[in-house]
Design a protein around this ligand. Structure first.
Ligand SMILES: NC(=O)c1ccc[n+]([C@@H]2O[C@H](COP(=O)([O-])OP(=O)(O)OC[C@H]3O[C@@H](n4cnc5c(N)ncnc54)[C@H](OP(=O)(O)O)[C@@H]3O)[C@@H](O)[C@H]2O)c1
Length: 253
């Protein structure tokens, strides 16, 4: 049985990845920060469909908690007769409120760096000894980080840390290739999730103008991204490494 660890699996894209991986027979360890109930509900839905899953708490901004998280993960793996796992989906993240460069505070900057760069960097470092040779890492970055993106004023910190994930993907792909581990990233376009305080549920009027700027005529759904993540983690992507795959339905094409 293949095992995947998904950070931020209690909501949105990570939850979509959890469902898609579970559908393919992969056991899932999904993490949550504040959304314990949503995480447990995700586990229940996977189990109801015959899959295997469990949920663990994790704050990726707290590097001092990673050793304990690795212990908790080791315990779960032991219950599943495993000492290693196969796929790490480094997905947890938060949006930033629109803030112009001149008004950006160190607090916001540090929060974005901790959640999207420092946390994923050192969490991967902590977990890579448990990652099976020939396994896979998938980061969730963002189209805002891509050279093809038209920069939106107010998002310089978020886009910068997401850009760092694109670079990290390439450097880790090189270093971990000696163990056959593939490292890729998915860059979602605008996707209907709870990001930004559940912005799309609160302000549905935001959706049509974005859909108009998207070649395929709608915004993304969590399962659109979940399928891409499941693919990048699977043997079907065995010859793909160091890539960032845009999955945006052709945003601003
Ligand atoms: N939605 C989009 O349009 C979009 C576009 C491009 C990229 N992305 C990226 O996609 C990823 C997933 O976001 P989403 O859109 O699916 O948003 P979401 O629905 O808000 O889900 C975010 C997930 O990350 C977890 N999380 C947040 N902060 C965390 C922390 N400090 N430590 C551990 N877990 C934390 C949340 O856990 P709890 O809910 O349990 O607190 C939740 O499971 C993020 O990296 C985001 O930047 C999203």
């Amino acid at each position: 049985m293949q095992v995947a660890v998904i950070t931020g699996g209690s909501s949105g894209i990570g939850q979509g990845a959890a469902f898609e991986l579970a559908k393919r027979g992969t056991a899932v360890v999904l993490t949550y920060r504040g959304g314990r109930e949503r995480a447990l509900e995700t586990v229940r839905r996977i189990e109801k469909d015959g899959g295997t899953a469990t949920a663990l708490p994790l704050d990726v901004a707290r590097t001092d908690s990673f050793a304990a998280f690795r212990e908790a993960l080791t315990d779960v793996l032991r219950q599943w007769d495993r000492t290693t796992f196969d796929v790490l989906v480094s997905n947890a993240g938060v949006g930033q409120p629109p803030v112009m460069f001149e008004d950006t505070t160190e607090d916001l900057f540090d929060q974005m760096v901790d959640v999207h760069l420092k946390g994923p960097y050192f969490l991967t470092q902590a977990l890579v000894p448990l990652l099976e040779d020939n396994g896979a890492v998938v980061f969730t970055t963002s189209t805002s980080a891509l050279e093809s993106a038209r920069p939106t004023p107010g998002y310089s910190v978020y886009a910068s840390v997401k850009g760092a994930q694109v670079v990290l993907t390439r450097y880790l792909a090189k270093e971990l290739s000696v163990r056959g581990i593939r490292v890729n990233a998915v860059a979602p376009g605008v996707t209907r999730t709870r990001l930004g305080d559940d912005a799309f549920a609160q302000y549905p009027e935001l959706i049509p103008p974005i859909a108009e700027r998207t070649a395929l005529g709608r915004i993304g759904e969590a399962d659109d991204l979940g399928r891409v993540i499941a693919f990048l983690g699977s043997p079907d992507a065995a010859w793909i490494t160091a890539q960032t795959v845009e999955a945006s339905g052709g945003y601003e094409l």
